[in-house]
Design a protein around this ligand. Structure first.
Ligand code: 8X3
Length: 259
């Protein structure tokens, strides 16, 4: 069953990780994808690789933390595109510090991208969806937004905001055919921890040692499933974790020395 063929999707944060994996899978499903990111070269090479095999792939580059730029670029985009699917994947974790030692600039970066950026994009796209009375928004939340863990503080708070905004959007969209889903992954091995630890690859690698974490593709499969269910089905939340992880505190790592 492919309910997605011929639809148009805007994927934010499509240049890496989960966003990229979702964009690729959507393209494979015959969706016209608009790839969003900040790195134009990366967007162009992704566009080229997908365009060779699949249909229409467009790119749009701007920083979602920049309100004016985001609003004007989306306004321009909507003159020529009707968006059926919005994937709010852009976002990041920066720093892992006790609250009293936290770096306020890290906090602002996360709040600006994970919350405010998502708001700007969604606010810009939703009126068109409402006018057409169709659309599906998928927000990338996190287990961090459901269960707080030490030193997660502001990142956890931004992801809790994403989960609650998803619920609030669903409430505001009662009576329409527009669906909102929040996908909440646990440990996914992408560039996530490298960014969180500001390029300390050793520290980042340790996060995924001793067990098999999710891949970006594992999460993308779930997103495709959520998008592809019939129109009367709205999967509002989906929590996905590696089998070795049951929550942020329960993570089973194999001890290499034991073997
Ligand atoms: C990513 C999951 O547990 O590293 O959002 O915060 S976690």
């Amino acid at each position: 069953m492919n309910n997605l063929k011929g639809k148009t999707a805007l994927v934010t944060g499509a240049t890496s990780g989960i966003g990229e994996a979702i964009a690729k899978m959507l393209a494979q499903m015959g969706v016209n994808v608009i790839l969003h990111g900040r790195n134009k070269d990366r967007l162009l090479s992704l566009q080229e690789s997908l365009q060779r095999d699949y249909n229409s792939i467009d790119i749009i580059d701007f920083d979602i933390r920049d309100k004016e730029e985001t609003l004007s670029k989306i306004k321009e985009l909507l003159k020529s595109k009707e968006i059926d699917i919005l994937i709010n994947s852009a976002g990041l974790a920066v720093g892992l510090d006790r609250f009293d030692e936290g770096d306020i600039e890290d906090w602002e970066e996360m709040i600006d991208a994970n919350v405010k950026g998502l708001l700007y994009i969604t606010r810009s796209i939703l009126p068109q969806m409402r006018k057409r009375d169709k659309g599906h928004i998928v927000n990338l939340g996190s287990i961090a937004g459901i269960m707080a863990y030490p030193k997660g503080n502001v990142y956890c708070a931004t992801k809790a905001a994403v989960g609650m905004l998803s619920d609030a959007l669903n409430a505001d969209l009662l009576g329409t055919n527009i669906r909102v889903s929040c996908v909440e992954p646990g440990a996914v091995e992408t560039n996530f921890s490298n960014v969180r630890f500001k390029g300390d690859t050793k520290k980042a690698k340790k996060v995924y040692e001793g067990y098999k974490p999710l891949s970006a593709e594992d999460v993308a499969y779930l997103v495709i499933y959520i998008l592809n269910v019939p129109d009367h089905v709205n999967i509002q939340h989906a929590l996905i974790m590696p089998t070795a992880q049951r929550n942020p505190y329960l993570l089973h790592r194999e001890n290499k020395e034991k073997k």
